[in-house]
Design a protein. Structure first.
Lengths: 275, 241
């Protein structure tokens, strides 16, 4: 059956998209989880919807609209919460809603019906064009290069930002750069699970990986593998049952998350129970 | 003549409209071991933060190694209170201590063999060889504290700042941590913030009490204990655990 499935170009593309996006997702998701910035990441993702709307309105590939929009959102949320004494959750919530609003207005302004709008919100891995695959691959390479170059700095600001500052690091600049990498990861993930559900794939594989890891690189590798596993399982199940691919991927991930935690709970149980 | 390691002149600090430090004048010379005691909220941690460049002076002058605070990160080792980071973080003792080398490295530069040698030395100085691969979440409070001291030592500092290194550690472990610090005072200038007024008398060369204002007590190792019991008598707060 597998051979028949991969005889189709769109299935091959879907598989590539799943594997390529897992790379960014596992690496950046690791930072999102250990630095506990899931809500910021969700904010950046939703703000990015403004970029999709803008792309539609201008008649260009919406992913090209998302890149500048999500980068701007990352910098603005980061700067507002670090420098302008705005509470972080207020800054995130504001951008979250304003970005979505801009997207809705832009799409409304463009005459005609926006047919694949749904796929940007909730993902549709079966319709990834080759151009987007190339873009995802380039972004992967960029993310790997930056993380490799700055591995010790990113580890330091994730673990203890104050100690990093005392050691002479420019912590705010590094933090903003980390948020920009999250923004680029959002771009990568839009095609696969859509902006609404990005946050689940950024956090679940890394959260499970953390239970099994003693170091950040180890956690990244495990998170990449888990993310690829969830995406491919979800893709396969969605074909089998003829249901939405993005949502299936998220459900597979969520189910495994519950499973991992139940397993840990059961394993720790003898220590909790008396006798 | 070499400038003092730390020099504060008429230093005042306001945090959120509250005066936390007022007119603090202090000089810590090369090889000194200053014990800084005082009630909670008395400004001890704030003074360390000013010396580290994390907090700005509202008035007065602070010089560290003759320059502005934060100018020489590579010459200062800092042992923060261990409560402020995530103990579930996936990091081994080795990688934690490696972070102490950060101030010696440039941006983009990866750790090399020299860094790893310094880390091994610092870990054996702290007596943690057996735990080097252990995840920090699996360490006891005392072991984690030693690991944080090892991290500071790995950066080969000239000045060591310790913020309550024995808070919430059982009494036996406290003595071993003080013995470790005692060992270091021969080659380092040390500022130690602590509540253990009874224990530090043996170790320090200078004692200051800080309760918004700073009062420097007599110098000399033997005088430490006597002056501290005097301090404790005047400030009943210290007697509370």
């Amino acid at each position: 059956m597998l051979q028949e499935i991969f005889a189709f170009e769109f299935m091959r593309n879907a598989l590539f998209a799943a594997l390529l996006s897992s790379v960014a997702c596992g690496i950046i998701g690791t930072y999102v989880v250990v630095k506990k910035i899931g809500f910021i990441s969700g904010g950046i993702a939703h703000t990015a919807f403004g970029g999709i709307g803008l792309g539609y309105y201008l008649g260009i590939n919406p992913l090209l609209g998302v890149i500048p929009f999500s980068l701007a959102a990352a910098l603005a949320i980061g700067l507002l919460s670090k420098k302008a004494k705005v509470a972080e959750d207020t800054a995130i919530g504001t951008f979250w809603a304003v970005g979505m609003a801009v997207g809705v207005i832009c799409i409304g302004l463009k005459p005609g019906y926006a047919p694949d709008l749904f796929s940007y919100l909730f993902g549709n891995i079966l319709t990834v064009p080759a151009f987007d695959l190339w873009m995802i691959m380039l972004l992967d390479l960029l993310i790997i290069a930056v993380v490799w170059l700055l591995s010790k700095e990113f580890l330091a600001i994730s673990f203890d930002e104050e100690y990093a500052a005392v050691s002479g690091l420019k912590t705010t600049a590094l933090y903003l750069l980390m948020l920009c990498l999250i923004a680029l990861t959002v771009v990568v993930m839009v095609r696969v699970v859509g902006i609404v559900m990005v946050i689940a794939l950024l956090t679940i594989p890394a959260a499970i990986a953390r239970m099994l890891s003693h170091s950040l690189p180890g956690m990244m590798i495990r998170a990449v593998v888990l993310s690829a596993f969830f995406s491919i399982c979800g893709l396969w199940l969605s074909c089998l049952l003829d249901i939405a691919s993005g949502a299936t991927i998220i459900l597979v991930a969520g189910f495994c998350f519950l499973l991992a935690h139940s397993w840990r709970f059961v394993r720790l149980l003898p220590g909790v129970l008396p006798g | 003549m070499r400038p003092p390691v730390i020099a504060c002149d008429q230093l005042s600090v306001d945090l959120g409209g509250v005066r936390v430090l007022e007119n603090v004048t202090l000089s810590v010379g090369d090889g000194d071991f200053l014990g800084l005691v005082g009630p909670n909220g008395g400004g001890k941690t704030t003074l360390l933060r000013v010396i580290l460049g994390l907090e700005k002076a509202s008035a007065g002058i602070v010089r560290v190694f003759g320059g502005l605070p934060g100018s020489f990160p590579g010459r200062i080792g800092y042992v923060p209170q261990r409560l402020f980071f995530d103990r579930e973080f996936p990091i081994s003792v080795r990688d934690l201590v490696l972070m102490g080398r950060l101030s010696k490295k440039k941006l983009f530069q990866h750790y090399n063999a020299l860094d790893r040698t310094r880390v091994d030395e610092a870990i054996s100085a702290a007596g943690l060889e057996r735990l080097i691969e252990r995840r920090i979440g699996d360490l006891s409070g005392g072991e984690l504290q030693r690991a944080l001291i090892a991290r500071a030592l790995a950066g080969e500092p000239e000045l060591l700042l310790l913020d309550e290194p024995t808070a919430s550690i059982d009494p036996q472990m406290k003595t071993t941590i003080y013995d470790l610090i005692e060992h270091l005072k021969e080659r380092l200038t040390i500022v130690l913030v602590t509540h253990d007024t009874a224990l530090i008398g043996r170790y320090v060369t200078k004692v200051a009490t800080l309760n918004v204002k700073l009062e420097l007590h007599e110098s000399g190792a033997t005088a430490g204990r006597a002056s501290l019991s005097g301090v404790a008598a005047q400030n009943p707060v210290f007697l509370n655990p």
